[in-house]
Design a protein around this ligand. Structure first.
Ligand code: GZL
Length: 329
């Protein structure tokens, strides 16, 4: 899409994108001059959307710490999974002269121009959850989030060692096309199973990280694939949608079709405990506290670590039974 048509789309989106000031004083303009310390830090956060249980937990973690009591004014925007909405929100944060901008980029590409505008405005940018693919990594101060390649690898190693001792047909429900978690989880899974000749990925399609699309795609795969032994889903929400499709087809999820997923949200851990999922690699969404610490530092002009990797556990059915009661999300 060329810049003019992009500009037209973005202007049209002004009415769509609601930038909400969540805490502290309303209205535009920074309530501090590039401050950290005890002065209020005004932070603009452009969230992916509300597509999954993981996103809900991530948003809750962010909103629960970026509060007036903790010295923040939060301007929060929900992009409804559209990168153009995020670009519009970031431009709005720049116009309001916030102290810090943070966002979880829907997809990895298309960010150079707007991040250059933030840099020109001397507003530091923190990436949370998902990464960007930019020529100049000085365009952001820090990236805090999980290692998605490792998550995919761990899922692949489990499939290979647990189910791959005989020939198996695997179907893959990918996350949002072009997003860092979808690209990297697919890469990690493929690397982990590459050496096992028993494993064949017979189909790999996006379910866009949502339960409804995961169900829809799985319905199609159950029709088109003569044999499905294992489902690898890039997130629990798509796995839960697929479970509905598998049961509607008269098959037993977790038994007739084994399921390996990523996230570890409550509904996913419940399905794991109930034996409908076989293994979940966690992707910790509770990024709020670390984001708050980073935001104060960069607002103060301090330097921060370029990459902070959040720790992820993994659960089989027995481990899920033990962990579920005390899960925070
Ligand atoms: C991963 C995050 C992904 C989750 C999905 O960090 O970006 O997006 O795995 C969510 O549940 O929709």
């Amino acid at each position: 899409m060329n810049r003019n048509s992009m500009g037209a789309r973005m202007l049209g989106l002004v009415a769509v994108v609601a930038v909400v000031t969540v805490a502290g004083c309303g209205g535009g303009g920074s309530s501090s001059s590039g401050s950290g310390g005890d002065k209020t830090v005004t932070i603009g956060f452009a969230q992916v959307g509300s597509e999954s249980g993981w996103r809900t937990a991530n948003t809750q973690s962010i909103k629960s710490v970026l509060t007036k009591e903790n010295g923040f004014t939060l301007k929060f925007a929900d992009a409804q999974q559209k990168p153009e909405n995020q670009i519009q929100s970031i431009r709005s944060f720049i116009a309001q002269k916030v102290d810090v901008i943070a966002f979880s980029p829907v997809v990895t590409t298309g960010w150079d121009t707007v991040l250059e505008e933030a840099k020109a405005a001397k507003i530091p940018v923190i990436l949370t959850d998902r990464a960007v693919d930019v020529k100049d990594d000085s365009l952001y101060a820090s990236f805090i989030g999980s290692d998605f390649v490792d998550e995919g690898k761990r899922a692949g190693v489990y499939v290979s060692t647990t189910f791959g001792t005989a020939p198996i047909s695997v179907v893959e429900l990918q996350g949002t096309t072009g997003s860092a978690p979808a690209i990297d989880r697919k890469k990690g899974f493929a690397e982990a199973i590459a050496a096992n000749p028993n494993i064949k990925v017979v189909a790999s399609q996006t379910g866009n990280f949502t339960r409804s699309e995961g169900k829809q795609v799985m319905e199609g795969l159950l029709q088109s694939q003569p044999k499905i032994d294992v489902l690898f889903a890039h997130n629990d929400d798509m796995a839960l949608g697929a479970i509905e499709a598998i049961e509607a087809a008269g098959k037993k999820p977790g038994q007739d079709i084994k399921i390996v997923s990523i996230d570890g949200v409550k509904d996913g851990m419940q399905a794991l405990t109930d034996g409908k999922i076989n293994y979940i690699v966690e992707c910790n969404p509770l990024l709020g506290p670390d984001l708050a610490t980073l935001a104060k530092k960069v607002a103060d002009g301090g330097t921060v670590e370029k990459r902070i990797v959040t720790k992820d556990e993994a659960f089989d059915q027995a481990a899920a039974k033990v962990a579920l009661p005390s899960r925070k999300y």
